[in-house]
Design a protein around this ligand. Structure first.
Ligand SMILES: [Zn+2]
Length: 462
């Protein structure tokens, strides 16, 4: 009898080893069409998700009748980045599915639990997300639609990611029909920070400047342009914002003034084949190196394009589309001397008793530009704050480097999306990148800049 019991336990144990360690590879578990996933949820209670500062972002409550309910204590504040589980999965609930449904408690305990018909507790996922910054970004964006991304350029740690309009993951089941209704044009389920594709507006002048630097490595400081408030070539006229006359400018001043006249004329000088290749090397038309759902930015300008398309593209209008995360990553590469760190959201995974299962650290994606190029762009972005469209961010507590933008998205109205992307430095604290887009608002300096300022202040001062 003893022998048989032992044998049963042994077989059971072997079964578990096979079950947890071999049969269920990560891809296997994460495949939403896999029936074995359901089997897994019968054995394991889905683990918790935490912010870096210890706030519970997702947990599973088991009531007296052993019904499991997935609960999101921060509700809408983290809706897209944490995602949901129950009506399919999205966000971290999807990418961390493997960890949340894996139980690393001792096999013997699992066997005992199983013999007693009890479930094992899943592992816990600790994110890099900063609750205070996320809340600040969420509140600062207010009632506007749009997105905010905050990350550490030297490590790739993602500190905050907000997208609006949002949804309540606690009631995703009840709200589902309305959320996916074909008459609903708000697209609440779309994570605008990673999947929203927007015209870049003047933030694109970062790329136009970089291409100009590459074509004029020796003499870009000799550049001069006389701005009369508009620039015409053929049948196309480009205006500076409010038809402002910026007068005589060098490249740095044209960048800080966000002078459309200067930049549309620079566009006409560029080697378009090389410009296209440079943009592709800057992650246009490329999958972003991130584990959550994201869209590709697109740059379509080709050699031989007409004058009008070239002039518009050089100032960030035309056909170019970018995601806010993409803009944040390029800004991060400039802050990090030209090297892009791959963004990541999971810091570590622990078992139910707090024992470390897996630790993640920053990984280099690669060098996007030389450190000299990054230094010039940084200097220019500093001048935007010192004397250009980002002056509101000038302060004596921390240094800011950035670029504003206003992206017209409708030819029939003056409506525009407001952009800011930049980074800040204060001795003794990690640098942070803040990228903001405010849909259908107005100029970047009036809408996106104050939001970025609230986030920088919250991080460096409060
Ligand atoms: Zn101008």
């Amino acid at each position: 009898m003893v022998t048989y019991t032992f044998l049963a336990v042994f077989l059971c144990l072997m079964g578990y080893v096979t079950y947890f360690e071999f049969a269920l590879s990560e891809q296997f578990i994460n495949n939403p069409y896999n029936k074995r996933q359901e089997l897994f949820t019968q054995k394991v209670i889905r683990g918790e998700i935490y912010s870096a500062d210890g706030v519970t972002l997702a947990e599973t409550i088991v009531d007296a009748e052993e019904n499991e309910v997935r609960r999101y204590p921060c509700a809408r504040i983290f809706s897209h980045i944490v995602g949901y589980s129950g009506h399919g999965t999205a966000g971290l609930e999807a990418t961390a599915n493997f960890s949340l449904l894996r139980s690393n408690i001792f096999y013997g305990e699992k066997v005992v639990s199983d013999l007693q018909g009890e479930k094992s507790p899943g592992d816990s996922v600790y994110t890099t997300l900063n609750y205070e910054l996320q809340l600040q970004a969420f509140d600062a964006l207010g009632h506007y639609d749009g997105a905010v991304v905050v990350l550490e350029p030297q490590t790739g740690r993602l500190l905050a990611m907000v997208s609006k309009p949002d949804f309540d993951p606690n009631t995703i089941g009840e709200d589902w029909e309305e959320l996916v209704d074909e008459d609903n044009d708000r697209s609440e389920l779309l994570n605008r920070a990673t999947q929203g594709r927007y015209p870049p507006g003047s933030t694109f002048k970062i790329f136009t400047t970089l291409e100009y630097l590459r074509e004029h490595p020796e003499d870009y400081t000799d550049y001069r342009f006389s701005c009369s408030g508009e620039y015409t070539e053929g049948h196309k006229t480009i205006h500076c914002y409010n038809n402002a006359r910026h007068g005589s400018e060098d490249l740095k001043e044209a960048f800080a003034n966000s002078c459309n006249s200067a930049y549309s004329s620079i566009g006409l000088e560029l080697d378009l084949a090389q410009f296209h290749a440079m943009c592709e090397s800057m992650l246009f038309d490329t999958d972003l190196p991130v584990a959550i759902e994201s869209s590709k930015s697109s740059f379509v300008l080709e050699e031989g394009a007409d004058t009008s398309a070239v002039m518009e593209t050089a100032i960030g209008q035309g056909q170019t589309l970018v995601t806010p995360l993409h803009v944040a990553l390029i800004t991060g590469a400039i802050a990090n001397d030209g090297v892009l760190m791959s963004p990541y959201v999971i810091d570590h995974v622990s078992d139910d008793r707090g024992v470390l299962v897996e630790q993640y650290t920053g990984k280099e994606y690669g060098r996007l530009m030389s450190s000299e190029e990054a230094a010039v762009l940084k200097e220019y972005m500093g001048y935007v704050i010192e004397a250009g469209t980002g002056r509101q961010l000038s302060n004596d507590r921390y240094e800011v480097y950035g670029k504003t933008g206003s992206a017209e998205f409708s030819t029939s109205s003056k409506a525009s999306h407001s952009w800011f992307t930049g980074f800040a430095h204060q001795d003794g604290k990690p640098d942070i990148v803040v990228t903001v887009i405010v849909e259908d608002s107005g100029v970047g300096s009036e809408y996106a800049v104050p939001i970025a300022q609230e986030i920088f202040d919250a991080y460096y001062i409060e």
